[in-house]
Design a protein around this ligand. Structure first.
Ligand code: HEC
Length: 135
């Protein structure tokens, strides 16, 4: 009789424990949700193409990705991108956007490297649309 009672007690404990375990598992699974910073705070990594400045936005992209080949007397493809006037003239001819956007028929730039980020391309496009401000 004593043994029987203990058994009943055990079974009822299992019954109580089971839903508790299920609840704990559900809570744990919910806490594993993937929260990316970009999704939570969409403005953090947004590409800001307003108030484009040649000095702050365009020149850093060109000097970092292009002038290693496009400067000096032996500039690749006879394209020099060392100063504002030269970058502007490449932009005016349409070549600048065509090569960085990898348009068919143009040698894709930067040569031998990854395409510029969408944000960098948007900034240059915006600068061209604004009429190449020297700001
Ligand atoms: C590793 C060297 C290298 C880098 C970096 C590079 N270029 Fe070039 N670029 C070349 C060469 C070489 C040519 C000549 C065409 C060819 O061989 O593809 C050229 C040609 C060009 C032309 C002329 C295309 C034509 O058909 O008239 C433009 C414009 C140009 N590059 C812009 C850029 C810009 C903008 C960047 C940076 C985003 C860049 N390049 C980065 C090597 C480079």
């Amino acid at each position: 009789m004593k043994n029987f009672r203990i058994r009943i007690k055990r079974i009822s404990m299992i019954r109580i424990k089971y839903p508790v375990v299920v609840i704990i598992v559900i809570v744990i699974l919910n806490s594993c949700q993937y929260d990316s910073v970009e999704e939570l705070y969409p403005t953090v990594n947004e590409c800001d193409t307003s108030n484009i400045s040649y000095a702050n936005d365009i020149w850093p992209i060109i000097s970092e990705n292009c002038t290693s080949c496009h400067s000096g007397a032996a500039a690749s493809g006879n394209i020099n991108l060392e100063n504002y006037d030269q970058v502007k003239s490449a932009a005016e001819s349409g070549k600048l956007l065509s090569v960085i956007k990898h348009e068919p028929g143009w040698s894709p730039m930067p040569k031998g490297a990854n395409k510029l980020s969408d944000c960098s391309i948007s900034k240059i496009e915006n600068w061209v649309e604004l009429g190449y401000p020297d700001n």
